[in-house]
Design a protein around this ligand. Structure first.
Ligand SMILES: [Zn+2]
Length: 95
């Protein structure tokens, strides 16, 4: 598998990739910073049906739906990487 492929993360992989603080950051971003182009606002009722993708740049991309109107929303989750983050990414890419 090429190094730079996008990978949809299974929930166990997502669980393993982010440490506790990073998950808290992720949940904060999910709740408060995902913009819905249809509502023209931060998703008023949050995001549903979301998946996470490891991008070709090893960033975490969230794809989901606005809970209010159902429009597709995406957001790059900018999460502060710890020292072992790259190792955990490698583990996911090698499996
Ligand atoms: Zn919306």
């Amino acid at each position: 598998m090429p190094q730079d492929e996008e990978i949809e993360l299974a929930s166990a992989q997502f669980d393993n990739l982010l440490n506790r603080e990073q998950k808290e950051a992720f949940n904060y971003l999910l709740k408060h910073t995902v913009f819905c182009p249809n509502c023209r606002n931060i998703c008023p009722q949050g995001v549903v049906d979301h998946i996470t993708v490891l991008t070709d740049a090893d960033e975490v991309l969230m794809k989901g739906k606005c809970a209010k109107c159902g429009s597709g929303v995406t957001r790059l989750m900018l999460i502060e990487e710890d020292a072992c983050f790259a190792d955990r990414v490698k583990e996911i890419r090698n499996n």
